[in-house]
Design a protein around this ligand. Structure first.
Ligand SMILES: [Zn+2]
Ligand SMILES: [Zn+2]
Length: 314
Protein backbone atom coordinates (compact mmCIF):
# COMPACT_ATOMS: atom_id res chain seq x y z
CA UNK A 1 0.00 0.00 0.00
CA UNK A 2 1.31 3.41 -0.83
CA UNK A 3 1.79 5.81 2.03
CA UNK A 4 -0.61 8.74 2.30
CA UNK A 5 0.74 12.07 1.11
CA UNK A 6 0.80 14.95 3.55
CA UNK A 7 0.43 18.44 2.14
CA UNK A 8 1.64 21.40 4.13
CA UNK A 9 0.60 24.97 3.53
CA UNK A 10 2.35 27.81 5.31
CA UNK A 11 3.40 31.43 5.10
CA UNK A 12 5.00 34.08 7.22
CA UNK A 13 5.64 37.73 6.63
CA UNK A 14 9.09 38.39 8.00
CA UNK A 15 12.12 40.22 6.67
CA UNK A 16 14.43 37.92 4.74
CA UNK A 17 17.46 40.05 3.98
CA UNK A 18 18.98 37.90 1.31
CA UNK A 19 16.26 35.83 -0.38
CA UNK A 20 18.61 34.51 -3.10
CA UNK A 21 20.94 33.03 -0.55
CA UNK A 22 18.07 31.58 1.46
CA UNK A 23 16.56 29.99 -1.64
CA UNK A 24 19.76 28.18 -2.63
CA UNK A 25 20.18 26.73 0.83
CA UNK A 26 16.54 25.84 1.23
CA UNK A 27 16.30 24.15 -2.15
CA UNK A 28 19.20 21.92 -1.20
CA UNK A 29 17.49 20.98 2.05
CA UNK A 30 14.24 20.19 0.25
CA UNK A 31 15.99 18.04 -2.33
CA UNK A 32 17.81 16.14 0.37
CA UNK A 33 14.51 15.47 2.12
CA UNK A 34 12.78 14.53 -1.11
CA UNK A 35 9.75 16.76 -0.57
CA UNK A 36 7.92 18.25 -3.56
CA UNK A 37 6.13 21.56 -3.79
CA UNK A 38 6.39 25.25 -4.45
CA UNK A 39 7.94 27.79 -2.11
CA UNK A 40 8.08 31.49 -2.82
CA UNK A 41 10.59 33.62 -0.99
CA UNK A 42 10.78 37.40 -1.00
CA UNK A 43 12.26 40.09 1.19
CA UNK A 44 8.83 40.24 2.81
CA UNK A 45 8.68 36.56 3.78
CA UNK A 46 7.89 33.03 2.73
CA UNK A 47 4.80 31.38 1.21
CA UNK A 48 4.76 27.73 0.35
CA UNK A 49 3.15 24.40 -0.08
CA UNK A 50 5.14 21.21 0.35
CA UNK A 51 4.18 17.56 0.15
CA UNK A 52 5.67 14.20 1.01
CA UNK A 53 5.20 11.26 3.35
CA UNK A 54 4.48 12.02 7.00
CA UNK A 55 8.16 11.42 7.88
CA UNK A 56 9.29 13.81 5.17
CA UNK A 57 6.86 16.59 6.01
CA UNK A 58 7.53 16.24 9.75
CA UNK A 59 11.23 16.69 9.04
CA UNK A 60 10.49 19.62 6.80
CA UNK A 61 8.48 21.32 9.55
CA UNK A 62 11.36 20.82 11.94
CA UNK A 63 13.95 22.23 9.54
CA UNK A 64 11.94 25.34 8.78
CA UNK A 65 10.93 26.03 12.38
CA UNK A 66 14.50 25.70 13.65
CA UNK A 67 15.37 28.85 11.70
CA UNK A 68 14.51 31.48 14.29
CA UNK A 69 12.75 33.64 11.71
CA UNK A 70 10.19 30.86 11.37
CA UNK A 71 9.76 29.86 14.99
CA UNK A 72 6.17 28.88 15.62
CA UNK A 73 5.15 29.13 11.96
CA UNK A 74 1.73 27.54 11.47
CA UNK A 75 1.47 24.61 9.09
CA UNK A 76 -1.92 23.74 7.74
CA UNK A 77 -1.90 20.08 6.91
CA UNK A 78 -4.00 17.90 4.65
CA UNK A 79 -3.71 14.31 3.60
CA UNK A 80 -4.26 13.15 0.05
CA UNK A 81 -3.77 10.02 -2.00
CA UNK A 82 -1.52 11.28 -4.76
CA UNK A 83 1.23 13.85 -5.00
CA UNK A 84 -0.26 17.28 -5.69
CA UNK A 85 3.12 18.41 -7.02
CA UNK A 86 5.45 16.87 -9.56
CA UNK A 87 8.61 18.76 -8.64
CA UNK A 88 10.15 21.02 -6.05
CA UNK A 89 10.52 24.70 -6.84
CA UNK A 90 11.93 27.29 -4.47
CA UNK A 91 11.89 30.72 -6.05
CA UNK A 92 12.78 34.30 -5.31
CA UNK A 93 9.93 36.72 -5.93
CA UNK A 94 9.34 40.41 -5.37
CA UNK A 95 6.32 39.61 -3.19
CA UNK A 96 5.11 36.34 -1.71
CA UNK A 97 1.68 37.21 -3.10
CA UNK A 98 1.62 39.83 -5.82
CA UNK A 99 -0.42 42.85 -4.75
CA UNK A 100 1.60 45.59 -6.45
CA UNK A 101 0.61 48.18 -3.85
CA UNK A 102 2.68 49.07 -0.83
CA UNK A 103 0.89 48.36 2.41
CA UNK A 104 2.02 48.48 5.99
CA UNK A 105 1.33 45.02 7.34
CA UNK A 106 1.15 46.46 10.85
CA UNK A 107 -2.21 47.86 9.76
CA UNK A 108 -3.61 44.39 9.03
CA UNK A 109 -7.16 43.70 10.20
CA UNK A 110 -7.90 42.08 13.53
CA UNK A 111 -7.49 38.31 13.39
CA UNK A 112 -10.51 36.34 14.35
CA UNK A 113 -10.25 32.65 15.12
CA UNK A 114 -12.37 30.03 13.34
CA UNK A 115 -14.36 29.71 16.59
CA UNK A 116 -15.10 33.44 16.72
CA UNK A 117 -15.96 33.36 13.04
CA UNK A 118 -18.46 30.59 13.68
CA UNK A 119 -19.98 32.47 16.64
CA UNK A 120 -20.47 35.50 14.45
CA UNK A 121 -22.43 33.41 11.95
CA UNK A 122 -24.51 31.84 14.69
CA UNK A 123 -25.42 35.16 16.29
CA UNK A 124 -25.98 37.38 13.30
CA UNK A 125 -26.78 37.43 9.65
CA UNK A 126 -24.03 37.75 7.09
CA UNK A 127 -24.75 40.61 4.72
CA UNK A 128 -26.86 42.40 7.34
CA UNK A 129 -25.13 42.44 10.71
CA UNK A 130 -21.68 42.04 9.23
CA UNK A 131 -20.09 41.68 5.82
CA UNK A 132 -18.27 38.52 4.84
CA UNK A 133 -15.80 39.42 2.13
CA UNK A 134 -14.16 36.76 -0.02
CA UNK A 135 -10.74 38.17 -0.95
CA UNK A 136 -10.00 35.48 -3.53
CA UNK A 137 -10.36 35.38 -7.29
CA UNK A 138 -13.67 34.86 -9.05
CA UNK A 139 -13.04 31.23 -10.06
CA UNK A 140 -12.18 30.31 -6.50
CA UNK A 141 -15.41 31.87 -5.28
CA UNK A 142 -17.30 29.95 -7.92
CA UNK A 143 -16.24 26.56 -6.52
CA UNK A 144 -17.03 27.34 -2.93
CA UNK A 145 -17.48 30.09 -0.36
CA UNK A 146 -18.86 30.94 3.04
CA UNK A 147 -22.58 31.48 3.21
CA UNK A 148 -23.67 34.91 1.95
CA UNK A 149 -20.09 36.02 1.32
CA UNK A 150 -19.62 38.81 -1.17
CA UNK A 151 -16.74 38.98 -3.60
CA UNK A 152 -15.09 41.53 -5.85
CA UNK A 153 -15.10 39.68 -9.16
CA UNK A 154 -11.35 39.81 -9.54
CA UNK A 155 -9.24 37.61 -11.79
CA UNK A 156 -6.04 38.07 -9.83
CA UNK A 157 -5.18 39.43 -6.41
CA UNK A 158 -3.47 42.40 -8.05
CA UNK A 159 -6.92 43.66 -9.05
CA UNK A 160 -8.07 43.85 -5.43
CA UNK A 161 -7.02 47.48 -4.76
CA UNK A 162 -9.03 48.79 -7.71
CA UNK A 163 -11.99 46.53 -7.09
CA UNK A 164 -12.72 47.84 -3.59
CA UNK A 165 -14.79 50.57 -5.23
CA UNK A 166 -17.55 47.98 -4.93
CA UNK A 167 -17.36 48.36 -1.16
CA UNK A 168 -18.24 52.05 -1.26
CA UNK A 169 -20.61 52.87 1.56
CA UNK A 170 -19.45 49.99 3.72
CA UNK A 171 -16.69 51.98 5.43
CA UNK A 172 -18.38 51.73 8.82
CA UNK A 173 -19.57 48.14 8.55
CA UNK A 174 -17.97 45.25 10.31
CA UNK A 175 -16.08 43.47 7.55
CA UNK A 176 -14.74 39.97 8.00
CA UNK A 177 -12.56 38.83 5.15
CA UNK A 178 -11.08 35.48 4.30
CA UNK A 179 -8.88 33.75 1.74
CA UNK A 180 -7.52 30.20 1.39
CA UNK A 181 -4.78 30.22 3.99
CA UNK A 182 -4.65 33.82 5.21
CA UNK A 183 -1.67 35.16 3.29
CA UNK A 184 -3.70 37.40 0.99
CA UNK A 185 -5.92 38.82 3.73
CA UNK A 186 -2.96 40.19 5.63
CA UNK A 187 -2.25 42.56 2.77
CA UNK A 188 -5.82 43.11 1.66
CA UNK A 189 -7.09 43.89 5.16
CA UNK A 190 -4.25 46.36 5.75
CA UNK A 191 -5.13 48.00 2.45
CA UNK A 192 -8.80 48.34 3.38
CA UNK A 193 -7.92 49.94 6.69
CA UNK A 194 -5.56 52.35 4.98
CA UNK A 195 -8.44 53.27 2.67
CA UNK A 196 -10.65 54.25 5.60
CA UNK A 197 -12.57 51.09 6.44
CA UNK A 198 -13.03 51.19 10.21
CA UNK A 199 -13.77 47.66 11.35
CA UNK A 200 -11.76 45.20 9.28
CA UNK A 201 -11.19 41.64 10.46
CA UNK A 202 -9.53 38.61 8.90
CA UNK A 203 -10.19 34.93 9.41
CA UNK A 204 -7.01 33.62 10.96
CA UNK A 205 -5.47 30.86 8.83
CA UNK A 206 -8.17 31.20 6.20
CA UNK A 207 -10.63 28.62 4.92
CA UNK A 208 -8.27 25.70 5.43
CA UNK A 209 -7.79 26.49 9.11
CA UNK A 210 -11.53 26.88 9.57
CA UNK A 211 -12.15 23.61 7.70
CA UNK A 212 -9.72 21.72 9.93
CA UNK A 213 -11.72 22.71 13.00
CA UNK A 214 -15.28 23.03 11.84
CA UNK A 215 -16.20 20.93 8.90
CA UNK A 216 -19.69 21.33 7.51
CA UNK A 217 -20.41 24.74 9.01
CA UNK A 218 -21.46 27.68 6.88
CA UNK A 219 -19.15 26.62 4.08
CA UNK A 220 -20.72 25.83 0.73
CA UNK A 221 -19.00 23.90 -2.03
CA UNK A 222 -15.34 23.03 -2.38
CA UNK A 223 -12.13 24.91 -1.86
CA UNK A 224 -9.86 25.79 -4.76
CA UNK A 225 -6.17 25.15 -4.11
CA UNK A 226 -3.10 26.07 -6.11
CA UNK A 227 -1.67 22.67 -6.88
CA UNK A 228 -2.46 19.76 -9.16
CA UNK A 229 -5.57 18.90 -7.15
CA UNK A 230 -7.14 22.32 -7.90
CA UNK A 231 -10.01 21.44 -5.56
CA UNK A 232 -10.13 20.17 -1.99
CA UNK A 233 -13.05 19.26 0.24
CA UNK A 234 -13.95 21.31 3.26
CA UNK A 235 -17.20 19.55 3.95
CA UNK A 236 -17.52 15.82 4.38
CA UNK A 237 -20.59 15.20 2.30
CA UNK A 238 -20.80 15.79 -1.42
CA UNK A 239 -21.71 19.35 -1.99
CA UNK A 240 -20.96 20.96 -5.29
CA UNK A 241 -21.87 24.41 -6.45
CA UNK A 242 -20.55 23.79 -9.91
CA UNK A 243 -21.72 21.85 -12.95
CA UNK A 244 -19.84 20.38 -15.88
CA UNK A 245 -19.77 23.18 -18.42
CA UNK A 246 -20.24 20.74 -21.26
CA UNK A 247 -23.01 18.36 -20.10
CA UNK A 248 -24.43 20.30 -17.13
CA UNK A 249 -24.02 17.40 -14.71
CA UNK A 250 -23.14 18.29 -11.09
CA UNK A 251 -19.37 18.17 -10.94
CA UNK A 252 -16.44 19.65 -9.04
CA UNK A 253 -13.60 18.69 -11.33
CA UNK A 254 -11.81 21.42 -13.16
CA UNK A 255 -8.96 21.67 -15.55
CA UNK A 256 -7.43 24.01 -18.06
CA UNK A 257 -8.47 23.75 -21.67
CA UNK A 258 -5.98 21.60 -23.49
CA UNK A 259 -5.70 24.17 -26.21
CA UNK A 260 -2.65 26.05 -25.08
CA UNK A 261 -3.82 29.41 -26.40
CA UNK A 262 -7.26 29.16 -24.83
CA UNK A 263 -6.04 27.80 -21.48
CA UNK A 264 -9.47 28.49 -19.97
CA UNK A 265 -10.07 27.08 -16.51
CA UNK A 266 -13.36 25.22 -16.72
CA UNK A 267 -15.46 22.67 -14.88
CA UNK A 268 -15.54 19.36 -16.69
CA UNK A 269 -16.65 15.83 -15.77
CA UNK A 270 -14.52 12.77 -16.49
CA UNK A 271 -16.63 11.62 -19.45
CA UNK A 272 -16.63 15.00 -21.13
CA UNK A 273 -12.93 15.37 -20.54
CA UNK A 274 -12.41 12.11 -22.37
CA UNK A 275 -14.84 12.89 -25.17
CA UNK A 276 -13.49 16.38 -25.74
CA UNK A 277 -9.89 15.38 -25.25
CA UNK A 278 -9.54 17.93 -22.44
CA UNK A 279 -10.78 20.85 -24.50
CA UNK A 280 -13.36 23.36 -23.26
CA UNK A 281 -15.36 23.62 -26.49
CA UNK A 282 -15.77 22.17 -29.94
CA UNK A 283 -13.84 25.11 -31.32
CA UNK A 284 -10.83 24.36 -29.12
CA UNK A 285 -11.10 20.64 -29.79
CA UNK A 286 -10.96 21.19 -33.55
CA UNK A 287 -8.03 23.54 -33.16
CA UNK A 288 -6.28 21.03 -30.95
CA UNK A 289 -6.81 18.19 -33.43
CA UNK A 290 -5.40 20.35 -36.20
CA UNK A 291 -2.33 21.15 -34.13
CA UNK A 292 -1.84 17.49 -33.25
CA UNK A 293 -1.77 16.66 -36.91
CA UNK A 294 0.87 19.31 -37.46
CA UNK A 295 3.02 18.47 -34.50
CA UNK A 296 3.10 16.09 -31.57
CA UNK A 297 1.66 17.66 -28.46
CA UNK A 298 2.07 14.80 -26.05
CA UNK A 299 3.21 16.86 -23.14
CA UNK A 300 0.84 19.71 -23.55
CA UNK A 301 -1.50 18.77 -20.73
CA UNK A 302 1.32 18.66 -18.25
CA UNK A 303 2.82 21.88 -19.48
CA UNK A 304 -0.46 23.67 -19.15
CA UNK A 305 -0.98 22.49 -15.64
CA UNK A 306 2.38 23.84 -14.48
CA UNK A 307 1.83 27.06 -16.34
CA UNK A 308 -1.59 27.45 -14.78
CA UNK A 309 -0.37 27.03 -11.25
CA UNK A 310 2.46 29.49 -11.85
CA UNK A 311 0.14 32.03 -13.38
CA UNK A 312 -2.37 31.82 -10.59
CA UNK A 313 -0.10 32.18 -7.65
CA UNK A 314 2.18 34.93 -8.88
ZN1 LIG B 1 -19.76 16.56 -18.55
ZN1 LIG C 1 -10.66 26.23 -24.83
Amino acid sequence: MTKPIHVLLFYRYITIKNPEEFVLKHLKECRKLGVLGRILVAEEGINGSVCGTKEQTDKYKKILSTDKRFHGIVFKEEICKTHPFTKIAVKVKKEIVAFKKKVNLNNAGKRISPKEFLELYKKGEAGKDFIILDARNDYEYRFGRFKNAIHLNIKTFRQFPNAIKKLNGMENNKIVMYCTGGVRCEKASAYLREKGFKDVNQLDGGILNFGEQFRNSFWEGKCFVFDKRLITSIREERNNLTKCEICDKECDLCRNCRDFECDKLFVCCVECEKNMNGCCSKKCFDKFKKKCREKSFDNQGKRINNKLVEALIT
